[in-house]
Design a protein around this ligand. Structure first.
Ligand SMILES: Cc1cc2nc3c(=O)[nH]c(=O)nc-3n(C[C@H](O)[C@H](O)[C@H](O)COP(=O)(O)O)c2cc1C
Length: 217
């Protein structure tokens, strides 16, 4: 999975209330094993599927669910400011709708809105085929893609409803590969920006001093 990509990176993992929430425990564990500093934010509904204790133990940090918890003062701002990478998995139809509409009524949606696309955000949807194919959900996905959110999956396969269809959470390897790709893209963009700044400084210097560029005298 390009393990070195995650060492020392702060990765926020947003878990929403879908049946596939349990699968994300494995992803959190893998990220921590390769040196990422993983912080998990769960929606209140996600905590009905998997206990926050599981994610706290696997990530080594308390799990954030309630923006109004006594210890959570501005945690959404702190977390958003520290993120190098963000994964939302499973992304429910509900969380996609909230994000596309700019709603921030709970901890997960508030953090996602506070991060924006300042850090790369990889979204791994999982839901019933009917929900996934609903034009409203597809419109939300389209809106988010246009804004720079990255998607991985869903895949076609056996769904919790007991039949085959589109809507299964992408596999662990595919999700980790999408995160690694997002990390690469962010690094390439930072490098390009640094070059642009250096080039702009060169241009300014040559304007001021009549032609001495970077490394010039
Ligand atoms: C057993 C069960 C399984 C569910 N699985 C999914 C799912 O896989 N994907 C989804 O979008 N919603 C699923 N839902 C519906 C969501 O839990 C519901 O829309 C909820 O409001 C999502 O809240 P959240 O996005 O804040 O976590 C499921 C509900 C139940 C009761």
């Amino acid at each position: 999975m390009g393990d070195g990509k995650f060492a020392g990176k702060t990765v926020l993992v947003g878990v929403a209330g879908g049946i596939a929430a349990y699968k994300v425990a494995g992803i959190v564990s893998r990220l921590r094993q390769v040196g990422a500093d993983v912080h998990v934010i769960m929606s209140e509904n996600a905590a009905r599927f998997v206990t926050p204790l599981t994610f706290a133990a696997l990530s080594g940090h308390p799990v954030h669910t309630d923006p109004f918890a006594p210890s959570a003062e501005l945690a959404h701002v702190r977390l958003a400011g520290r993120a190098d990478l963000v994964l939302v998995a499973p992304a429910t139809a509900d969380v996609l709708g909230k994000l596309a509409a700019g709603l921030a009524g709970d901890m997960l949606s508030t953090v996602l809105l506070a991060v924006g696309t300042r850090a790369p955000v990889v979204i791994a949807p999982a839901m019933n085929a009917g929900m996934w194919e609903n034009p409203i959900v597809q419109r939300n996905v389209h809106t988010l893609r246009e804004m720079g959110y990255r998607f991985v999956g869903p895949e076609r396969g056996f769904l919790a409803e007991g039949y085959e269809g589109m809507g299964r959470l992408a596999g662990e390897e595919a999700i980790l590969a999408a995160l690694a790709e997002a990390a690469d893209a962010a690094e390439a963009m930072e490098a390009a920006e640094a070059t642009d700044v250096a080039d702009a400084a060169d241009a300014a210097r040559s304007g001021l001093y009549g032609g001495a560029g970077r490394g010039g005298r």
